[in-house]
Design a protein around this ligand. Structure first.
Ligand code: UD1
Length: 347
């Protein structure tokens, strides 16, 4: 079975490529390397003993994408991760986000139709729910008006897939991720933010290692027990495993509808302060932080109703918050060792 993983050198994509290869799938990665590094392929090979096939190009290039699909019409399923994902940047540059995230998806769907590729798993986000009225948030919760172009591209992508699947021989699974953190236990792959991270976990580990002076905690006056905002953090390897199950479900024709939607979270909400405490507990490292005002666009609290994914996929997130924060730290330490040894070599 040959699986195309777009964005496969990225954070979630690389962990998924590993899990797929461990299960015996042949993986072909397409990535334009706009936000990831080619070395990730070597590290996937170190973990699994096999280097995935790789092609570097931009999926917004319609002609190139069409030629790629003609060449690889034996692909059995696609997992589409490749997308821009920085909420703040999307507000600054909306058209860049719409063009990149939507055009690439449409080119992929066209390639599927032209080459009779039936199965696609799409990387969506709990951001489609906005601030839900009821918690935990289930797959049937209403989709709220998007707070950012990024979130809007996820909503629109889901709709594009739904309408395209309705009139073509295509089935899809839309996976709505909560907050993925952590890294592979080998510490050979992990999150690699370019520039200053926006997300909490890489900001914590970069602060603890000394790259950043202190973490800014965005708001402690929320209506939550400790005043800081609450999210459902999920270990990236648990998340990656759910993708393999989604692929199996489609290939084995176990789906109940042409387009299925699953939330991928743990069902537990943790506050920013609880994540900091977990980091300090699991690593023994003290973290500098300062309380700041709220970050605009942040929701107060969101966590997942996992019942449907647990039952239908037979999947459950297993790792604890301490395992997540510790694995993120081990990855940061590995990156730090690498930087140090490169500096030594340069001298
Ligand atoms: C949001 C989206 C998520 C999307 C992701 C893309 C929601 C609910 N979630 O994640 O779907 O995929 O963006 O990047 O809309 N924090 C700090 N200091 C920091 C960084 C973060 O206090 O330096 C706090 C935030 O205010 C928030 C929590 O940590 O309360 C998590 O933030 P982050 O990691 O950026 O993820 P979300 O904004 O939840």
């Amino acid at each position: 079975m040959k699986i195309l993983v777009t964005g496969g050198t990225g954070y979630i994509g690389s962990h998924t490529a590993v899990e797929l290869q461990e299960k015996g799938y042949e993986v072909i990665i397409v990535d334009n390397l706009s936000n990831s590094s080619i070395e990730v392929l070597d590290n996937i090979a170190l973990i699994t003993g096999k280097r995935p096939l790789f092609e570097q190009f931009d999926l917004t290039d319609r002609e190139h994408t069409a030629i790629f699909f003609q060449k690889h019409s034996d692909i059995d399923a696609i997992i589409h991760f490749a997308a821009f994902k920085a909420v703040g940047e999307s507000v600054e540059k909306p058209l860049m986000y719409y063009r990149n995230n939507l055009v690439s998806l449409m080119n992929i769907l066209q390639g599927m139709i032209d080459n009779r590729i039936r199965n696609i798993v799409f990387s969506s986000s709990c951001t489609v729910y906005g601030q839900p009225d009821k918690l935990p948030v289930s797959e049937n919760s209403p989709i709220k008006k998007a707070w950012s172009p990024y979130g809007n591209t996820k909503q629109m992508s889901e709709e594009i897939i739904q309408f395209t699947a309705d009139v073509n021989d295509i089935q899809a699974i839309l996976l709505r991720y909560f907050n993925p953190i952590g890294a592979h236990e080998s510490a050979l792959i992990g999150e690699l933010p370019i520039g200053v991270p926006n997300c909490l976990m890489p900001y914590i580990t970069q602060t603890a290692i000394g790259i950043r002076e202190y973490l800014r905690v965005w708001g402690d006056d929320y209506p939550t027990p400790d005043g800081t905002a609450i999210r459902d953090y999920i270990h990236v390897v648990d998340l990656a495993k759910a993708h393999v199950i989604a692929i199996e479900r489609m290939i084995e024709q176990k789906g109940k509808e042409k387009v299925e939607v699953f939330n991928l979270g743990t069902g537990n909400g943790f506050s920013v302060m609880e994540v900091i405490q977990s980091f300090e507990r699991s690593t023994g490292v003290k973290l500098n932080y300062q309380i700041m005002g709220r970050r605009s666009g942040d929701v107060v609290e969101v966590w997942s109703d996992t019942e449907f994914a647990n039952r239908e996929l037979g999947w459950k997130a297993e790792k604890t918050l301490d395992e997540m924060t510790l694995s993120a730290w081990k990855w940061e330490e590995t990156l730090n060792q690498k930087v140090k040894s490169e500096k030594r070599k340069a001298k």
